[in-house]
Design a protein around this ligand. Structure first.
Ligand code: GLA
Length: 334
């Protein structure tokens, strides 16, 4: 590793934490690179319900423990991801033994014991939890996403989840996390949802803006408006899953083996304007996490177009800094 390259997170000391989504695989492969540039970790998958609690009576903590231990050894923060989500959650959570839907009380009891066991294990180590992930429906006319949480527990499932999480770890910062969070229609629904939670005294402390953006959008104005609206609730903001896809969502090309010059230039420009904006809101934003540590470990390879490569992060596949890295660094040092 080139030791002359400055540390990304050190450039942001006193501004906000700089995090990465990791797995035991990436930590084993490139742990020293990750520890040099990032001071916050999120398990990309290994704390999700189906991985950590696959069966009613079985938890599997091996991977999560390894990630938590790594963070502790390196003095890093941790974000817990995630307790209540419609994806990557086993069906048994919502079912009786005969396969019919479980009762509201049963599902809440399972959530409580899951939170006690998982959150409880990492009290004092995980400072922030994504308690509920992606509860808002993308279709404009609809409000809450239809999920098994909603159909079994009812509309107050978010409130209940936050109350349970707060009971288990009163010191943890509790987040609502979502994507397309800058889209004005969805943004207003997220605002309405969090407002309604606050109105009934729900213990919620922050909004996670996932930040799965691309080279063409959202605009800086849209990001700014979302930040201002969410911050007006008096909550803390985390950017939780930042990556800048090389492709517009509609773009289904899959033949490129490397980014074009135009893509590379746009990426530099995007990261420049995005970090200029984020540092402007440093008094609201506590943490900015990239969804992956470098381009060799991005979920966008293959999503949403199978077999397609993507180059969304400030470090390339050889873990070398791209021009975007240097732009991001400059904003931290200001
Ligand atoms: C969502 C989830 C993440 C992850 C990404 C894709 O944003 O919150 O946990 O699954 O999708 O990697």
């Amino acid at each position: 590793m080139n030791t002359e390259i400055p540390s990304l997170h050190q450039a942001y000391t006193g501004t906000f934490k700089i995090g990465a989504a990791v797995s035991t695989r990436t930590l084993r492969r490139e742990g020293s690179f990750i520890a040099k540039h990032y001071n916050s970790l999120t398990a990309e998958n290994q704390m999700k319900f189906e991985e950590i609690h696959p069966d009613l009576d079985r938890y599997d903590f091996a991977a999560a423990d390894e990630i938590v231990d790594f963070a502790m050894q390196h003095g890093m923060a941790l974000r817990g991801h995630t307790l209540v989500w419609h994806n990557q959650t086993p069906n048994w959570v919502f079912e009786k033994e005969d396969g019919t839907p479980a009762s509201r009380e049963q599902v809440l009891e399972r959530l409580r014991s899951h939170a006690q066991t998982v959150m409880g294990r990492y009290i004092g180590k995980i400072q922030a939890w994504d308690v509920v992930n992606e509860a808002i429906e993308d279709k404009s006319e609809e409000y809450l996403r239809e999920t098994k949480w909603l159909s079994t527990v009812g509309e107050d499932y978010l409130e209940q989840a936050f109350r349970i999480a707060h009971e288990v770890d009163p010191s943890a910062q509790l987040f609502y996390n979502d994507y397309n969070e800058t889209n004005p229609v969805k943004r207003d629904k997220i605002y309405r949802l969090v407002r309604s939670l606050l109105d009934v005294g729900t213990p919620i402390h922050g909004i996670g803006m996932q930040g799965h953006w691309n080279l063409y959008g959202p605009s800086i104005d849209e990001i700014r408006e979302a930040i201002e609206l969410y911050a007006s609730l008096g909550l803390r903001l985390h950017i939780t899953e930042l990556d800048i896809s090389s492709f517009d969502f509609e773009d289904r090309r899959s033949d490129l083996k490397a980014p074009t010059d135009e893509m590379a230039q746009r990426l530099t420009h995007r990261y420049d304007e995005i970090f200029k904006l984020l540092t402007e809101y440093r008094s609201e934003i506590d943490s900015v996490t990239f969804w992956g540590a470098a381009d060799n470990g991005t979920w966008l390879d293959g999503f949403p177009v199978r077999g397609r490569l993507n180059w969304p992060l400030p470090f390339d596949r050889e873990l070398q800094p791209k021009p975007s890295f240097w732009k991001i660094l400059e904003h931290g040092q200001r």
